[in-house]
Design a protein around this ligand. Structure first.
Ligand code: FES
Ligand SMILES: [Fe+2]
Length: 402
């Protein structure tokens, strides 16, 4: 007799164990933010570039059309609701409006309302029934800032600009470039403690300055920002069995012996400008949401905004400021256009662009200096959660007010 065999019970399936570094699940908000963080102001272009001719921009995956009218800049969704043609192909037929190139649907710039349809006569019944999405716009320091949200009232732009910008007595130079690479890689590169000492050792910007070889740092939070604070700075190391590694060269200036937290090669005896000194920055490099880096030197500050555009692409916005006014701004412009723009916002920064464009993570295997990266991810995680909660509460209040 053949006995029926009992089906073997399969062992209970074990939850798959993830190795650390295989994904970004420890930072779920960050992981999901491929197209950036919503509910923030972003620098989109220079004020001087926006005229009465509509221009296309992409921000956080959304196509926008920018146009200047009566001195103000307006931003609308760049897709005509009629048949999906970009509104940026259109033109201005009447002040305060933008007309689509295809069938002449005409939108009010301020409200986005369809106010005329040129191919359906002055009594077109669809007028007033269609509203094009608009985005809040501000101009500050010669830059157009667009708030990318979901219809809520934006917070004031000044709340989001670096605090030291409130003392507006500075001159500014900068460069905006569309670049390859996820905006998060660009942020991580910017705040990454390790790379500058190796990657940028060959940059012309650092031709006469000695870069450290490694540091001991801690991450400190100050308001909206996290800072990298130097505890130890090293310039020459003996690697057992391999030899000596150093960035010292006979033609480079010798860095100070002591630990420094202003400028990435030390202050080299330069006096610190009083406005910069008053900020009491704990470290020379700091970062805040939605992706802005601040690097503090004795008499100037360098910023980088990494603006999400399309998946895998971002816009680099490099800005340098110096607290100068009137005629004393002249040497700044000479220095900026004579060198900084090409050596710092150019060749030095293009070394970053190269690496950001080539980065492919996760998976990743992090090392000690990458504590800077994980602190940044944690900051986004915490800020996004509280920010989203505040936005939702504000939206609820607005519903109630209506
Ligand atoms: S597609 Fe814009 S008016 Fe027809
Ligand atoms: Fe860099």
């Amino acid at each position: 007799m053949v006995q029926a065999q009992q089906p073997q019970a399969s062992p209970p399936s074990q939850p798959k164990r993830r190795r650390p570094g295989q994904d970004w699940k420890a930072w779920p908000q960050y992981d999901a933010a491929e197209l950036g963080l919503r509910g923030y102001w972003y620098p989109v272009t220079w004020s001087s570039k926006v005229t009465g001719t509509p221009q296309r921009q992409t921000l956080c995956g959304e196509k926008l059309v920018l146009i200047r009218d009566g001195g103000e800049v307006y931003a609308l969704a760049d897709r005509c609701p009629h048949r999906g043609v970009p509104l940026s192909l259109g033109r201005q037929e009447f002040p305060g409006t933008l007309t689509c190139a295809y069938h002449g649907w005409t939108f009010d710039l301020e409200s986005g309302k369809l106010c005329a349809v040129l191919t359906d006569g002055p009594k077109s019944p669809i007028c007033g029934k269609v509203v094009q999405k608009t985005h809040p716009v501000e101009e500050r320091h010669g830059i157009v800032w667009v708030y990318l949200g979901d219809g809520e009232e934006p917070h004031p732009l000044d709340e989001q600009l670096p605090e030291e910008w409130r003392d507006g007595s500075f001159v500014l130079g900068g460069s905006m470039q569309d670049r390859r690479g996820d905006w998060r890689y660009a942020c991580e590169n910017g705040f990454d403690e390790g790379h500058a000492k190796y990657l940028h050792r060959t940059s012309l910007w650092r031709l006469f300055r000695t870069m450290p070889t490694w540091n001991i740092t801690s991450i400190e939070r100050q308001g909206r920002w996290i800072h990298r604070v130097q505890k130890e700075v090293h310039f020459r190391d003996e690697h057992s069995g391999l030899g000596v590694w150093t960035n010292y060269r006979w033609w480079k200036k010798k860095p100070p012996e002591r630990v420094f937290n202003i400028g990435n090669v030390g202050d080299l005896g330069k006096p610190v400008h009083p406005v910069i000194g008053r900020q009491e920055f704990p470290g020379y490099t700091s970062i805040s949401v939605p992706g802005v880096l601040r690097v503090v030197y004795p008499d100037f500050i360098h910023y980088e905004w990494w603006v999400p555009t399309e998946p895998g692409h971002h816009r680099y916005v490099g800005i340098m400021i110096q607290y100068r006014e009137g005629l004393s701004t002249l040497p700044f412009y000479l220095k900026y256009f004579g060198g900084i723009r090409w050596f710092f916002h150019g060749q030095f920064s293009q070394q970053d662009e190269w690496m950001v464009g080539e980065t492919d993570a996760p998976p990743e295997r992090l090392y000690r200096p990458d504590a800077s990266l994980t602190a940044w991810r944690k900051l986004v995680e915490e800020t996004t959660t509280t920010h989203e909660a505040a936005r939702a509460a504000k939206a609820r209040r607005q519903d109630y007010d209506v």
